[in-house]
Design a protein around this ligand. Sequence first.
Ligand SMILES: Cc1cc2nc3c(=O)[nH]c(=O)nc-3n(C[C@H](O)[C@H](O)[C@H](O)COP(=O)(O)OP(=O)(O)OC[C@H]3O[C@@H](n4cnc5c(N)ncnc54)[C@H](O)[C@@H]3O)c2cc1C
Length: 414
Amino acid sequence: MKSIKGILFIILIMSSSALLWYFATPIEPIQTVNRLSHVIGGMAITGFFLVFLLATRMKIFERWFHGLENVYFYHKYIAIFSLVLVIIHGQLQGIVPRSDKVERTSFSELAKELGSLGQYGFIALILIALLAKFLKYEHWRIFHRLLLIPYAFGIYHAYFSSRYDLLQPTPLGIFTAITMTIGFMSALYMLTMYQDMFFKYNGKITGIKKLGSDVIELELTLDKKISYRHGQFIFIKILQDGIEKAPHPFSISGGDGKKVFISIKALGDYTKKVYDAVQLNTPVVLDGPYGHLNFENGTQQQVWIAGGIGITPFLSYLQSQPVDRDIELFYTYHGQGNAIYKEFLQDYAQTNEQFSVNFIDTSQSDRLSFENFSVPPQTSIFMCGPEKMLKHFKKQLKSCNKDISVDFEAFKFK
Ligand SMILES: Cc1cc2nc3c(=O)[nH]c(=O)nc-3n(C[C@H](O)[C@H](O)[C@H](O)COP(=O)(O)OP(=O)(O)OC[C@H]3O[C@@H](n4cnc5c(N)ncnc54)[C@H](O)[C@@H]3O)c2cc1C
């Protein structure tokens, strides 16, 4: 399991939270149902700490979870899990006997109100987040950032309506202070500083090439060199009036670090706008590199599979050096208009004995399939393209080749 370190980290934090709440001493003795409600509420607030922490795109998490898309996967499911805990906590509080509840003060009354508001806020915002595919990405992001508000309410609620004195330097008090501070700062950082601090590479667009009817290749010249591995991607902001300022991820398709190429397929609002309107000399800023594909770490025998625009990470490698291992590329696309860089790949295969390429045009032939496709043991398989296709191929390949390693980059954060 490639995300093992990340999963262990989550288990460690969540179980520490559960144990610390369970074994902590309340201000006055409380009934079991109330204790359980506190454990669950405490775990929920710890879960949200993890949600915000994972959203910071810290490199260490990318390594621990084997890729940013996996970090986002756990970010999403911890949020859902924490929301379920919040709801259970609320329900359990409803059955706690009156005599067991915290004494009424203006702080505790407000904390109770904020707890309820926080709960509704989490429910609404997480439901909206799950409807991502029906929303414009920019709108989705705005709603997503509002999660900080119910989290702040939750923190106040935890401190002022719990039956435990969290302000004391007990193990639970220290754990809560640390996690809540980091969680809150992480959310605040993503909201305010990320946009300025993390875009360390400035540059401008020095070349524009249209490849077919909907793919555009941009040459970016940077003020300072970015070091990256072939197969990695960056987040870019194109600072041109009329083009959305939000960062978008694109794989590096070539260059030497000072010059970087990206190839963009016009699929939605942003990419279509870039395709139609982007101009030479427009300033850009980059954050990155990110991504776990590592062809150099693969074995001598490699199979590459690219779907459509998913050819970009492979181009980065091929354009930089002659291959020093045996690579067979399967490149599938729909219609010749989508077969970008076909000539380059054909020429490359002719001049490099160790490289061969199969073109699969699904408008002319059957879909690519790896049913009963066996490869020599120890082959490394790298894939890039639509997530559904990649998962399907992975299943087919693994079913008849037990010892192979399959690694892929889907152009989607879950
Ligand atoms: C790791 C990675 C590498 C990629 N590399 C390439 C590449 O080399 N070439 C290429 O053409 N495309 C690449 N993409 C896809 C590209 O980022 C999206 O097509 C583009 O952001 C869509 O924006 P849109 O507004 O045009 O489309 P929309 O229709 O608005 O978005 C389509 C989908 O793209 C995703 N998306 C949209 N905006 C963002 C954003 N700001 N950040 C993250 N995801 C977003 C969302 O899942 C959304 O549902 C890559 C994506 C990822 C995750």
